[in-house]
Design a protein. Sequence first.
Length: 364
Amino acid sequence: MNLPRKIGFFSAFILPALVIAGCYLGGWYNWIAILFVFVLMPLIDHLAGIDKQNVPKDQQASVGQEFYYRFVTYVWVYVQFAFLIWGTSIVSSGRLTQPSEWIGFTIGFALVTGGIGITVAHELGHKKSALERFYSKALLMTVCYMHFYIEHNRGHHVNVATALDPATAKKNQHFYSFWLQSVIGSFQHAWELEKSSLKLKGQNVVSVHNQMIWFVLLPIVFCAALMFAFHNFTWVIPAFFVVQSILAFSLLELVNYVEHYGILRRETSPGQYERVNPLHSWNASHLISNFFLFQLQRHSDHHYNAIKRYQVLDHYDQSPQLPYGYPTMILVAMVPPLWFRMMDPRLDTWASQAADPVTYAFKS
């Protein structure tokens, strides 16, 4: 992979820098990160166009093992924790005085911890390395969504594009209904998965071995530690921590909604479904937003081969394609009539093609 593309994956670090700059400039500048993500980035995305370039098959193994790409994600972990400590110091200091400052700062903050932080946690959580999995859980702790580590890997990737998956939106289901379905359903399913795992190991559900208990407690302990660190025992720190967490994981759920809206796998026999392939997720190969999101938008290939590292994910022309990158699509998703008008015809086209195994057969 050439040097400009390698450097491109550091573009994600622009976002926390914008939040910090906006905070110190004050006032409406606290909205600068939001404007960057939802106005400037879609414009740049449009101008830069679609990137269909794939790493050649004979180079994927070597590029996939390059430490550089893991290094970028490792650096992000430490940046996010430093950013969260800095943000806590800001809200604790009383620097933010106007409602507009609070709103802009908190949303911008969540774009960092959720939009990029959860994306990095997602990438790391799929890997076999104990260090990467630890980093994944640490990042998820900062947004009160640690159960995602269990449900995403052992639930979503198994049940995606079926009615069994709470993170797969149904056709004509608006985002706000989906949010409740995914947030509540994913948490419940993670508990069930953990209970089943403990039962197989002969361990008690209520015990130190239950990860879900730890996943509930650790964000609370972390928030309390922040309060002690800044000697601030008012409502400000926990309120900020909880609100930015809700906004962060809501951003994740917007992405889930966009990635899987309406797509279903064929049921080959009762309770059995065709194997997941790149036809079963919405794809977006927009160059610039994929740099910021570590190629998460090449989601079709990610579900086809979940352990594949972000730098070698492939674009498939056969995959159902989103008309715009995630920054634009999540805005559209928040306006249901606009979303249905834009996506339902595309979903109908996909369904009609998918019904014909000759015209829509997946060719690797």
